[in-house]
Design a protein around this ligand. Structure first.
Ligand code: BTN
Length: 250
């Protein structure tokens, strides 16, 4: 794996997309930025990061040839790798959950996010960029990020950016190597379900432009969130259809 560290950049995901177009080697690349100025989040949002406090990196996997239907498995594997890593470095003092599809929650607030982007041909994904942001040592956040938290804010400890980067990229690379076989998919999928944020609890969502209160049941094999609503019954909702109402999270 080729490792690149840079001081300042706009977005490590964008950098690796450019890199993929210019370089034809199939080697996996991991890019760490100590200061990411214009990070991208899910749904086109901005990802807040602070120099030497936030962990921001991306990994480029080339020649992966993964069918579209398998992308959800990547989301699950990366989420589990990140959850395991966070549980380990905080010495199991913090409860981490994955808020579907792949926000990482520490107790009731978001401490990390994953942005997976793909470069695809007709039927398969050929290149994949996995971008990860973790709030490691931040001591405060802008007012509008009321649901953000750092590991330091919870545990009081300081975490090494470089060591965290090294450990995480090794874990993710190892997991990615097993993806085409995924012998233990059922076990990994079950673990993801077990670690699902608000499972068996009621949450407020916007589903197809309607405000609903639903109970989180789990996730189905194609990656849709399964919820139960009093009148509509069981709903399998895609990422485009369902949005959590963050401001109503308790
Ligand atoms: C989310 O919205 O939860 C996803 C956040 C992903 C942020 C990371 S930081 C490193 C990489 N580069 C980016 O521009 N975004 C991702």
């Amino acid at each position: 794996m080729k490792i690149i560290k840079c001081h300042t950049t706009s977005s490590t995901n964008d950098d690796l997309r450019e890199y993929a177009l210019e370089n034809h080697s199939e080697e996996t690349v991991a890019l760490l930025a100590f200061c990411q100025k214009n990070g991208k989040g899910q749904r086109g949002r901005f990802w807040h990061a602070e120099e030497d406090k936030s962990l921001t990196f991306s990994m480029l996997f080339k020649g992966v040839e993964i069918p579209f239907a398998q992308i959800f498995q990547i989301h699950v594997c990366v989420s589990i790798a990140l959850l395991d890593f966070l549980t380990e470095i905080t010495r199991q003092e913090i409860n981490f959950h994955v808020k579907w599809p792949n926000d990482i929650m520490a107790e009731n607030k978001k401490c990390a996010g994953i942005l997976i982007e793909t470069i695809s041909s007709e039927r398969t994904v050929n290149e994949m960029i996995i971008g990860i942001g973790v709030n490691l040592n931040n001591t405060d956040f802008p007012n509008q990020l009321v649901h953000a938290v750092s590991l330091k804010q919870i545990s009081g400890e300081h975490y090494s950016i470089e060591n965290s980067f090294k450990t995480l990229i090794e874990r993710i690379e190892k997991k990615m190597r097993t993806i085409p076989m995924l012998d233990d998919w059922n076990g990994i999928f079950e673990e993801y379900q077990q670690r699902l944020f608000k499972r068996n609890q009621r949450i407020q969502v916007t589903y197809k432009n309607k405000q609903l209160e639903v109970e989180v049941q789990g996730v189905d094999e194609s990656g849709r969130l399964v919820v139960r609503e009093e009148e509509l019954g069981i709903i399998h909702a895609s990422y485009e259809e369902l949005k959590w109402n963050y401001n109503l999270l308790r």
